[in-house]
Design a protein around this ligand. Structure first.
Ligand code: DON
Length: 571
């Protein structure tokens, strides 16, 4: 049983349903209030899994007070914006996949947009080289979408925004106590805070320690404006003015009009069948849904179950489909409102069969030999994920991000929140890799109002048209491959949810031609893969996956990733 006792000052809730079943964790402090980090919970009424225990507990309380999964997801996301400033956000954007109790599927796109003054070559210097301005500082920020997304989803909830946002306001106003790793992360940020802020934000302190209380008054006031004025509390009025003033101080280009014109969009979810399951994911501008569809279909007839989990044969097969899917991502994927993405062809059986024709068992493929598929084109490092499910059959998966940890490192002066550096997800120059090594071209070139291509992949699997698995993770380009592995582990290898979440992951993204393997990956399998010709590289960790699975008896099994202080709540 993993239990980490933490000191908290504003939310004191202790709730377990069935005890979690993981190894004992570290004991920090337990006074005056304490809460536990739960890595696994099985329950019947409803459950929330997120990257922070305080946020999961906020969601749980909303469920208990009569909110549905949408309400709980909104409240959890708002709480994350306070207690998890590295990634939880109101200054970023993201995606939501939901399945409502009436069977309706939602795919909500609140991805950032390029500001009106953005241009294709805006990150190139005089010599045509890509600068770091798409990553750090004011120019890196796209127009934030998260708040618009929350309001767009509100109509599917039951509770008013006043109720859903209040826990976040309380956490910002009264503060919460930092854990060791949160303190370390904020201390590590100090140089960047100095560099990219002229108005010193509340996060500035020479050294943060575990046990320090982080009070965010400016953020609390911004949240109150959102509570009192709705969308206008963020996209117009004082908050918008503060954002634009911040832009002026640091050479950013977001204008009052950019903010006022931002809209979240409901899109048709990307849905496909896999051996009797329905897999529901995000369409463009996230590459996640199509990549996962391509990868699952390329393994479907290969009897991967007989190869076993993380054997040389299964890892090789999965690596090769990852390589092929990512080659297509680089050439064909981008905001479909701006670029004709050949979505149907990319997932057609015929095309995917053709893609796998040169697959050779036991021999590493080569990215210089695997190019994006050819066909006539005429057819019509911080993010956070949360899952919620309720007893009425509503299920929600949300992935949101500032992109890099703490986004562009600029906090809006007087408004207290970090801005994203999502502009880096565009292709600043054809073929030049971004922060996550992803390359792209025309499909994902910068244009005013366009959404940058994402890898975020909130995913719901339906069995007999009812929620079966709710999943997602942060991790940049490793997101679709991690979700792919979760699906294969559960649907093909019959693995326990905990193993699917916690066992080492691997990742290939076509370019660079390297197979990333996570620390803990079996050394024998690694050397077999190297003998086949794979160049492998060990990474410290890949993703932080949250999964809710509905058990055969209808109970919810929720698992929070062991790689962070992620937490599963339920009742
Ligand atoms: O949208 C994307 O694909 C990236 N901005 C996600 C970044 C991310 O996951 C960072 N987290 N580890």
């Amino acid at each position: 049983m993993k239990r980490i006792f933490l000191l908290i000052s504003s939310v004191a809730l202790l709730s377990t349903c069935h005890p979690p079943q993981k190894s004992p964790g570290l004991t920090l402090q337990s006074n005056p209030f304490q809460y536990t980090i739960q890595k696994r919970i099985v329950c019947i009424n409803g459950s929330v899994v997120s990257a922070h225990p305080l946020a999961s507990k906020v969601g749980l309380e909303i469920l208990k007070e009569g909110g549905n999964a949408i309400d709980a997801a909104i409240a959890t996301q708002l709480a994350l914006a306070v207690v998890y400033p590295a990634a939880g956000n109101i200054g970023g954007g993201g995606f939501m996949i939901a399945r409502l109790s009436n069977g309706q599927l939602l795919a909500l796109d609140c991805r950032e947009t390029a500001p009106g003054k953005a241009g294709r070559d805006m990150y190139l210097d005089d010599k045509g080289n890509v600068t770091s301005k798409s990553i750090n500082g004011h120019l890196a920020s796209g127009v934030p979408g998260t708040v618009a997304g929350l309001f767009a989803s509100l109509k599917y909830g039951r509770l008013p925004i006043e109720k859903l946002i209040q826990p976040a306001i309380d956490l910002a106003e009264k503060g919460f106590v930092l854990t060791e790793s949160e303190a370390r992360s904020l201390t590590f940020l100090q140089n960047d805070l100095q560099k990219y802020n002229s108005v010193p934000p509340v996060f500035v302190r020479e050294k943060w320690k575990a046990g320090d209380t982080l009070i965010q008054t400016d953020l609390a006031n911004t949240l109150k404006r959102i509570r009192d004025h709705g969308l206008k509390g963020f996209y117009e009025g004082k908050t918008a003015k503060l954002i634009v003033e911040e832009m002026r101080r640091g050479g950013g280009i977001i204008t009052l009009d950019d903010l006022k014109n931002y809209t979240a969009k409901f899109r048709d979810a990307h849905v496909f069948d896999y051996k009797g399951y329905k897999i529901v994911g995000m369409p463009m501008p996230s590459s996640g849904g199509i990549l996962i569809h391509q990868m699952m279909k390329m393994i479907e007839d290969k009897n991967i179950a007989s190869m076993g989990f993380e054997t040389p044969a299964s890892v090789q097969l999965m690596t090769e489909v990852e390589r092929r899917a990512f080659a297509d991502r680089a050439k064909y994927m981008g905001d479909a409102d701006f670029y004709k993405v050949p979505e149907k062809t990319l997932v057609s059986d015929e095309y995917l069969r053709e893609r796998m024709k040169d697959y050779k068992e036991g021999v590493a493929g080569r990215s210089d030999e695997v190019q994006p598929g050819e066909f006539p084109q005429k057819e019509s490092t911080q993010t956070t994920h949360l899952d919620v499910i309720d007893k009425d059959g509503n299920a929600v998966a949300i992935t949101t991000t500032l992109n890099n940890s703490y986004g562009c490192k600029t906090v809006v002066g007087g408004a207290g929140f970090f801005l994203n550096d999502e502009m880096d997800d565009f292709s600043a120059k054809p073929g030049v890799p971004n922060l996550y090594g992803a390359v792209g071209g025309d499909a994902n070139a910068i244009a005013p109002g366009k959404r940058m291509l994402s890898s975020m992949s909130p995913t719901i699997v339906l069995k007999d048209n009812k929620p079966f698995v709710v999943a997602g993770t942060p991790g940049g380009t490793t997101i679709p491959t991690s979700v792919f592995q979760i699906l294969v582990d559960i649907l093909e290898f019959n693995m326990s949810t905990e193993d699917a979440v916690d066992k080492p992951k691997f990742h290939h993204q076509w370019l660079p031609d390297v197979l990333d393997i996570e620390k803990g990956f079996d050394e024998n399998v690694n050397s077999s893969l190297q003998k086949m010709g794979y160049k492998t590289k060990q990474l410290g960790s890949i993703g932080r996956t949250e999964v809710i699975r509905v058990l055969p008896d209808g109970r919810f099994e929720s698992v929070a990733d062991n790689r962070g202080e992620d937490d599963a709540e339920g009742y």
